[in-house]
Write a protein that binds this ligand. Structure first.
Ligand SMILES: C[S@@+](CC[C@H](N)C(=O)[O-])C[C@H]1O[C@@H](n2cnc3c(N)ncnc32)[C@H](O)[C@@H]1O
Length: 251
């Protein structure tokens, strides 16, 4: 079960230094954002703690931030308050989005930061992508980032223990990923993430969560995008890289 309600409380330890600030997070999408009017209607449909949504609102865009996790939504609201950013937030899973927004509402939908693999199998992924595509206006773009699952699966089950302490809010932590790679691509996989915070007195406080995920090959994703009426315009897919970005426009 993937709730992110436990990890949501300590999620900043999982965000890289380079993307921790809303301005910097949004700037990592400058290529795509440069093509948009400054008052574009944007949806971040797995907003996490809200860095991207708040960064986009800071550029003058009209931003909606949604996520399936209550804790993530609360944290995104807190970040928006802190930065005095106008962001509408809503707790909704991808497949629930069409209940809340008319078709064709948004110029861009973002689904970034290793989120889509939480959709349950090929059926769940197609339903999620279909929801995102419906909410785009014709010519609007879906911007998606993904782990390169071809690489992740090739490495097999393992324990990755961070080789540097991560410091956030004045506290250091070790970040640990336990990868449970199932035999078949279509099987449920697991990633257990633990954030082991060190307090000054020598105690270690651990927050962890077991996340379910369903990997996909790049070619499958490309076919699924076409199936929901999106045409890939840009892709950084490369088997040598950990992650890739795809931008696809609604035909
Ligand atoms: C790895 S986090 C990425 C968060 C953020 N986009 C970022 O880049 O920091 C994955 C996010 O996907 C959300 N998520 C998982 N399943 C979801 C679903 N079915 N519908 C909407 N959001 C979902 C989680 O709650 C979590 O906030």
């Amino acid at each position: 079960m993937t709730s992110y309600n436990e990890l949501g409380e300590v999620y900043e330890w999982l965000i890289s230094d380079a993307k921790l600030g809303p301005v910097e997070f949004a700037a990592s999408f400058d290529d795509v954002l440069g093509l948009l009017p400054s008052d574009a209607h944007v949806l971040d449909c797995s907003c996490g703690t809200g860095q991207l949504a708040v960064g986009l609102a800071g550029r003058g865009m009209e931003v909606v931030a949604t996520d399936a996790s209550d804790v993530m939504i609360r944290r995104a609201q807190e970040l928006a308050l802190e930065f005095e950013a106008r962001v509408r937030t809503l707790r909704a899973a991808w497949e629930e989005l069409p209940d809340h927004f008319d078709d064709g509402t948004f110029d861009v939908v973002f689904c970034v930061g290793n989120s889509l693999h939480h959709a349950e199998g090929a059926g769940g992924r197609l339903a999620a992508l279909d929801s995102m595509a419906r909410l785009l206006r014709r010519g609007g773009r879906l911007v998606l980032t993904s782990r390169t699952w071809e690489r992740v699966r090739a490495k097999g089950s393992r324990l990755d223990i961070g080789d540097r302490l991560v410091r956030r809010n004045g506290r250091d932590a070790v970040v640990i990923y336990r990868w449970e790679i199932a035999p078949g691509w279509e099987d449920e996989h697991h990633i257990e993430i633990a954030i082991a915070q060190l307090d000054g007195g020598g105690s270690v406080i651990v927050r962890s969560e077991l996340l379910s995920c369903w990997p996909y090959r790049y070619n499958e994703l490309a076919a699924e995008l076409r199936q929901v009426g999106l045409r890939a315009e840009m892709s950084t897919f490369n088997l040598e890289a950990e992650n890739y970005t795809v931008a696809a426009s609604k035909v």
